[in-house]
Design a protein around this ligand. Structure first.
Ligand code: SAH
Ligand code: SF4
Length: 471
């Protein structure tokens, strides 16, 4: 392989767990019940990382709180994908000044993609003195060691950020949010360098976990009662390429599908350039694979896709969707779209609208382009005004909302199998759940059981959700 894959040894992880024990003993002498708060921004990968941070904190004896005033340790897991997220994070970190004044022993840590960028780490060093610990995306596995350094000398601030191609660390403790649904990372990093995107710079190169580690984790989840596993990677379709084992993502899906038990397999994200007929055929043949694919198109203009370095044309994308729907007529397709990429003309934008009308996505996450320093797009001329971009964004959103609403309305009258995963926040309903295709359903029916599949008759719909009754 052209790049260096750094595997963290079992012994190194054991050393971190020993440090957790040491911190626990120390806390036992200081607090009756130490509290920690972990705040997560950004994508599902970050959610999964935060579960590992919570896993370590739990080993240290911490319980969890959502209240920053009472937390002894606050960890903020940051996102760098858009400027808006960074502004919000910095604002919220600044607001912690008052909690820290009240409780000077409070430890504040920042980690994740935002702080992996050198200019951001510098900014925090200079302007956010209240932050005690900053660690980058490649240091998460040694969070206990870094926290202990902070605890041993409260005058010291610890900054641990390394620019490297990336580590693989197995065996970290995991405090998962829900027993019903789980995130499962199958690979880390990204090699695609889409010209707008900061992820490859902050997450390192693509590296796949070994299939046996993934299978063991999936098996343990299913045995523990988990009913819905989402496999995570920036581009899961390139899973295995770096392992040289002749195994690809479709093969992995099939092996997970063979684990006994009733559960659903989901995955994200799929880059269209690597989505294959084999993948779709495998999905169609595996009864546990959810009928949903998140396939970000980003733009409907050939020129913009080229400038984005997405390596497919709108026609290729639409052909892919047609093929997937031919093999799975009930497939739910969702996407991501960026409006206002540098140089996007009115015509380019109209091409995006046309593609959206043609494909009729079930849902789309739409974003206004955000300039990320260090990326190639940041140097491209960008003459379109913010107001113009906002107008385009609003038009796209209105179109997609209408389509989403129509798609949802088509479910009314049908009986759907739904995994009940939480209580409903809609006061007319009791529970909420997801269809096999991932659509949110608010359910009337006190007899539904959390963590079970239930048949639900769909009686109503909106742009965002379905409403139904237990049958
Ligand atoms: N690996 C995933 C996406 C990760 S980022 C993929 O390739 O699909 C999630 C989404 O954020 C992207 O799909 C894109 O639509 C959006 N995004 C990424 N960088 C952005 C930027 N600089 N400005 C606006 N949106 C961006
Ligand atoms: Fe970013 Fe493109 Fe990689 Fe997705 S595939 S993380 S958009 S560079």
């Amino acid at each position: 392989m052209a790049y260096k894959r750094t595997e963290i040894s079992e012994r190194d992880i054991q050393r971190q767990l020993d440090i957790c024990k040491r911190i626990k003993e120390r806390n036992d002498g200081l607090y009756s019940s130490p509290l920690a708060m972990v705040d997560t921004y950004g994508c599902q990968q970050n959610e999964a990382d935060s579960e590992k941070i919570r896993g370590y904190l739990r080993e240290m004896g911490y319980s969890f709180t959502q209240n920053e005033e009472e937390a002894d340790v606050i960890v903020i897991n940051t996102c760098a994908v858009r400027e808006h997220a960074e502004m919000r994070i910095l604002g919220n970190v600044g607001a912690l000044n008052h909690t820290k004044k009240k409780n000077p022993n409070q430890i504040i840590a920042l980690c994740g993609c935002m702080v992996q960028q050198e200019h951001m780490a510098e900014k925090i060093k200079r302007s956010f003195r209240l932050v005690d610990l900053v660690f980058g995306t490649h240091e998460l596995w040694r969070f206990p060691e870094l926290l202990e350094q902070v605890m041993s000398d409260r005058k010291k601030r610890v900054f641990a950020i390394r620019d490297m191609e990336g580590v693989i660390a197995e065996g970290l403790p995991h405090a998962r949010d829900s027993g019903i649904k789980a995130w499962l990372s199958v690979m880390y990093g990204c090699n695609n360098f889409c010209t707008y995107c900061v992820v490859p710079y902050v997450r390192g190169r693509e590296r796949s976990r070994l299939p046996e580690d993934i299978l063991a984790e999936a098996k343990a989840l299913v045995e523990g009662g988990c009913k819905d596993i989402t496999l995570l990677g920036q581009n899961v379709n390139s899973y295995g390429r770096d392992l040289g084992m002749g195994m690809d993502f479709a093969d992995l899906l099939r092996q997970i599908n063979d684990i006994p038990g009733e559960f659903l397999i989901r995955f994200m994200t799929s880059h269209p350039k690597d989505a294959t007929e084999k993948l779709f055929r495998t999905m169609a043949e595996c009864e546990k694979c959810a009928r949903h694919i998140h396939l970000p198109v980003q733009s409907g203009s050939a020129g913009i896709l080229k400038a984005m370095n997405r390596v497919y044309t709108p026609e290729q994308y639409m052909a892919l969707v047609d093929l997937a729907r031919e093999l799975m007529p009930d497939l739910v397709i969702t996407t991501d779209i960026i409006v206002g990429f540098p140089g996007e003309t009115q015509e380019d934008f109209e091409d995006t609208l046309r593609l959206v009308e043609r494909v009729r996505f079930d849902a789309a996450f739409t974003f206004i382009y955000s300039k990320r320093s260090g990326t190639p797009a940041a140097k491209m001329p960008d003459p379109v005004t913010r107001e113009e971009k906002q107008e385009r964004f609003d038009r796209l959103l209105a179109l997609q909302n209408a389509i989403s609403g129509e798609k949802h309305a088509a479910y009314v009258g049908k009986v759907m199998k739904v995994l009940v995963d939480d209580v409903s926040e809609d006061e007319r309903c009791d529970f909420r759940g997801r269809t096999n295709g991932g659509r949110l359903v608010h359910i009337k029916g006190e007899d539904a059981a959390l963590g079970e599949f239930a048949d639900v008759k769909i009686t109503g719909s909106s742009t965002w959700a379905l409403f139904g009754e237990l049958v």
